[in-house]
Ligand binder design. Structure first.
Ligand SMILES: O=C(O)[C@H](O)CO
Length: 327
């Protein structure tokens, strides 16, 4: 009996959890990349030859070079991420190759981390740690290190999709006053009622938010949108949290706004560039809390993303719409 399987699937990163790969094994021969970045690139270029599908599990760029190396039989690609800025989307579209991504899988993990950053920035975790490290813990004044209340606050969302709504759901437990959001399309009335949410223009979002959470993708319209002009319209007590993409914020302008206390604080899981160099001026500030782009990084999120990516490519290989198409 022949054991030949009809498809070959390249797993292009060592970080893809085996549970996700298992789903593919009945129908597909697995081509696994074993080297870590950047040494994985030559290995991908070699192993992808003749592949019918790819699980693109890392942050390096899938572009024409990779697609050319694969050959014309390539029928399906899925990332294991929400953002698809690691894929040359126009190139894939041009070649008619369906692309899947896995945004819904990381919603909960990113929302949890967003709340963590919001509290850490509002309650001055970074500064407090530095005070301890430098023996400047002031035990004589109870009005020391006062932070911003979440209770009764107006929470603004730039981008109010799955992640934004999951953050709002969590913040309801903190007795916030209301949600403002800026998106292209209005969310349903049910969702607005659930979160006491109102769609507003960008200017209103800036002016009225006590906490402003960026949870939108990077596009040509969002690139550098949060700049000095925007920060100058925000409250001096405002806390900015960015879990979208680093380049949505003009980081030099953010540095100035934080340094001059034009805004109160920022919590960032995404920066520009990534990795942020350890000598970046942003890190000298007390009123910024940073995490190294780990919003999605829980074991369950990665397994769920691998499962969905595999199901996406199986659908693509069968000529069916992907479960979670990126376009
Ligand atoms: O978009 C995503 O999936 C995360 O930010 C990791 O890149």
């Amino acid at each position: 009996m022949s054991t030949t399987k009809p498809f070959k699937v390249l797993i292009a990163h060592t970080d893809v959890p085996p549970e996700g790969i298992e789903i593919l094994k009945e129908q597909c021969e697995i081509l696994q990349v074993m080297n870590e970045p950047p040494k994985n690139r030559p290995e991908i270029l070699e192993k992808i030859k003749g592949a019918h599908a790819v699980i693109w599990g890392g942050r390096d760029i899938l572009n024409a070079e990779i697609l050319d190396a694969a050959g014309p039989q390539l029928k399906a690609v899925s990332t294991m991420s929400s953002g698809i800025n690691n894929v040359d989307v126009p190139e894939l579209r041009k070649r008619g190759i369906p692309l899947g991504s896995t945004p819904a899988m990381l919603t909960v993990a990113v929302a949890d981390l967003t709340v963590g950053l919001l509290i850490a920035a509002a309650r001055r975790f970074q500064e407090g740690r530095r005070k301890i490290d430098s023996d400047k813990w002031d035990k004589d004044h109870l009005n020391w290190m006062l932070g911003q209340d979440i209770r009764d606050s107006t929470v603004g969302f730039y981008g109010f999709g799955g992640i934004g709504q999951a953050v709002a759901k969590r913040l309801m437990g903190f007795e916030i006053e209301c949600v403002l959001y800026t998106t292209r399309n209005r969310v349903s009335q049910d969702i607005e009622e659930q979160f006491n949410a109102k769609k507003v223009d960008f200017e209103t979002l800036l002016a009225e938010s006590d906490f402003l959470i960026i949870a939108s993708p990077l596009t040509k319209d969002t690139l550098g949108l949060f700049n000095a002009t925007a920060f100058n319209k925000m409250k001096e007590t405002a806390v900015l949290v960015n879990v979208g993409r680093g380049k949505i914020v003009n980081q030099d302008d953010l540095y100035e706004a934080l340094k001059s206390n034009r805004i109160f604080a920022a919590g960032l899981d995404v920066m520009d560039p990534e990795p942020l160099p350890s000598n970046d001026k942003l890190l000298t500030l007390d009123n910024v809390v940073v995490t190294p782009h780990v919003g999605y990084a829980t074991r369950r999120t990665r397994v769920d993303a691998a499962n969905l990516a595999s199901r996406n490519v199986l659908r693509g290989l069968a000529g069916e719409p992907m479960l979670s198409p990126a376009y």
